[in-house]
Design a protein around this ligand. Structure first.
Ligand code: SF4
Length: 629
């Protein structure tokens, strides 16, 4: 399954060195476990196996299971199951953050405030609400509307009506995938895959498309929107990345997971601690995974590592505390931590890990818990064995992030005052920018670290494709300096570099980075905002735009509903690995061909980054030709 390095690709030396160090210490990392597991089950992705009922399990079904369900249905059903899990993760995120907004509005949560009243106003009226007099009242009503979107039995979520283009909404209604509330949708998705229920492949796969909409409008959008309102709309910010931001001279705390609420309180508590001259050494909070990206964008916190680097960070021996919230925390970090003094603290009741300390996050006590965690880290510093500390001797990488939709439009407005979308569209029309590719998702242990993502990005920018990034792919991009502003624009196509330079100059910047980092996984919602604005400006459908999506190294289930959402939006969506559907040619054909006739978008699977880039460019050029530009 792994892609062969072309020998020109230089793997991040910091990660390589820390993997070696972990091996020496007897710490099994994700790479070792990946090899072990896939050596045992190399045929697993090609099986149609159903474990739904007690007549089964029906393993490696060639014709039908005991109940008569054929392998196409089994494979489609399993995919719906995976998609449901992914969507529920983002809806869970949306629900948690909406409850905090409500608490802020009602006055029971005081650790956060309405940092962006303008955005609150926009969202308030966008959701069709009116009549509230104060920001607090608006916050409560927005939170209630979002919680209602998540829970209501019937009726289209307000967020979908607000954010999706009317043309898409009508198409989704016509094709029968317009959704009700997020939780009933998730319940019905589980219902349809129960024994003796949905045995129609296309109906099941359209059900997965519904879950894509659930993920977007009851999960990602609420998360991004509320986090912006409470914690600030991201603005351009410079930070440092990679494991070498861990400072052996300081008390190191990692914030890890996806919801930035508690991490924000941890950062504030650390700042408070560090402000006291009597306190030495100081506390160095660093980020990991999507939580890391959230605090990077809004608090300027340096970024220590992605989903694959979590054990390696602990293997530095210099981590006093790892605070995790939800999602993408590999339970193996607890085993890695046992080699050192490192404490792992879980904070969400749905995401405990055996062997970790559990301190439940209560938004009403956020400040207090933040201080408690910093005290725990400070106290634990005394237990550090300095002889075990090992941080590779490499400089961290420079990165510029914080391209929220608002920030992007503000920057473009400086290029063409009063017509920011026009500034982008002009350059797409005249061909300086051939098209836009959104590259998103995780990084995988299948290949050499970052190979697939970084080589894909290099090919795209070389060919004047504007690349926007969200999620862990951004970390490997930064380790290869693709998020570092450099006025010589190394590796960037000539005309794209010219546009980037013009935007940079208009904004008083030395340069823009070769790729544009828009945030964590939930911030895929920002990408749709930009695409909607461009489609609206050009008076065309999204599926007509010269754009593509790509998840070259996805791992988490969350990527599957995101993919169904982008396909339902009409976007050509590249996946670096096929979901576990290869046992059914019919399912593969539906996903990679038939669905295009319904929504205008489809999946395309290709592991090789060069072939994938070539195909993405071909699709973009075809769309340009069809538009006559
Ligand atoms: S639902 Fe059908 S295919 Fe699945 S385990 Fe039961 S008998 Fe087998």
């Amino acid at each position: 399954m792994g892609m062969k390095n072309n020998n020109k690709f230089i793997v991040d030396p910091v990660t390589e060195e820390m993997r070696k160090r972990a091996r020496e210490l007897g710490i099994r990392t994700v790479w070792e476990r990946y090899k072990e597991n896939h050596a045992r089950s190399k045929d697993a992705p090609f099986q149609a196996t159903c474990m739904t009922c007690q007549q089964g399990p029906c393993v490696d079904v060639k014709r039908t299971g005991v109940c008569g369900m054929n392998k196409d249905i089994i494979v489609a059903k399993n995919l719906v199951s995976e998609t449901t899990i992914g969507a529920s993760a983002h809806v869970g995120h949306g629900r948690r953050i909406a409850n905090i907004l409500k608490g802020v509005g009602e006055g029971s949560v005081t650790a956060y405030s309405i940092k962006e009243p303008e955005k609150l106003d926009r969202v308030y009226s966008g959701l069709g609400l009116s009549g509230a007099k104060t920001n607090e009242e608006k916050a409560v009503e927005v939170a209630d509307a979002i919680l209602d979107d998540i829970s209501k039995l019937t009726g289209v979520p307000r967020m979908l009506v607000y954010r999706a283009l009317e043309e898409r909404r009508k198409l989704w209604e016509e094709k029968g995938i317009l959704i009700d509330g997020g939780c009933p949708e998730i319940m019905e998705a589980m219902n349809r895959i129960a024994m003796g229920m949905d045995a129609d492949m296309e109906n099941l796969l359209l059900g997965a498309c519904r879950l894509g909409l659930v993920d977007a409008y009851c999960g990602m959008y609420p998360a991004t929107t509320i986090q912006d309102i409470l914690l600030g709309v991201p603005k351009l910010i410079r930070i440092k990345t990679n494991l070498t931001v861990i400072n052996p001279e300081e008390i190191n705390v990692i914030v890890h997971g996806h919801i930035p609420a508690l991490p924000d309180a941890v950062v504030s508590a650390a700042e408070e601690y560090n402000a006291d001259p009597a306190n030495s050494p100081k506390v160095n909070v660093v980020g990991m995974c999507c939580t890391g990206m959230e605090v990077l964008m809004r608090r300027g916190v340096n970024y220590a590592g992605d989903i694959l680097q979590q054990e390696l960070a602990i293997a530095t021996g210099a981590i006093e505390l790892v605070v995790v919230d939800i999602q993408c925390t590999q339970p193996a970090i607890v085993e890695a931590a046992k080699h050192f003094h490192t404490k792992v603290v879980t904070t969400d009741p749905m995401s405990k890990i055996e062997g970790a300390v559990h301190i439940e996050f209560d938004p009403e006590r956020a400040d207090e818990i933040g201080r408690e965690l910093i005290k725990m880290a400070v106290d634990n510093y005394a237990n550090r064995d300095q002889t075990k500390v090992y941080v590779p001797d490499h400089e961290p990488h420079d990165m510029i992030g914080g391209f929220s939709t608002e920030q992007l439009l503000e920057a473009l407005d400086k290029v063409k005052p009063g017509d920011p979308v026009g500034a982008l569209v002009d350059n797409i029309k005249n061909g300086n920018i051939r098209g836009v590719a959104a590259v998103i998702g995780c990084v995988t242990p299948r290949d050499e670290y970052g190979f697939r993502t970084v080589e894909l990005l290099r090919e795209l920018i070389k060919n004047n494709i504007l690349v926007v990034l969200t999620g862990c792919v951004a970390t490997v991009a930064s380790y290869h300096d693709l998020l570092k502003p450099d006025p010589t624009y190394p590796g960037v196509g000539k005309t794209l570099a010219k546009v980037m330079d013009a935007i940079a100059k208009a904004n008083g910047l030395e340069a823009l980075p070769p790729c544009i980092f828009m945030g964590a996984c939930v911030d895929n919602s920002r990408i749709e905002e930009v695409l909607n604005a461009v489609a609206d400006y050009l008076k065309v459908r999204i599926d007509q735009l010269p754009v593509a999506g790509s998840a070259p190294e996805y791992i988490a289930e969350k990527a599957i509903p995101i993919g169904f959402w982008t396909v339902s939006l009409g976007i050509f969506t590249h996946l670096g690995d096929q979901p576990n559907v290869a046992a059914s040619e019919r399912v593969v054909k539906w996903l990679t061909d038939d669905v295009e006739r319904i929504f205008g978008g489809k999946f395309y699977v290709e592991a090789d980054p060069y072939k994938a880039a070539k195909k993405i460019i071909e699709v973009i050029e075809e769309k340009r030709r069809a538009l006559g530009i």
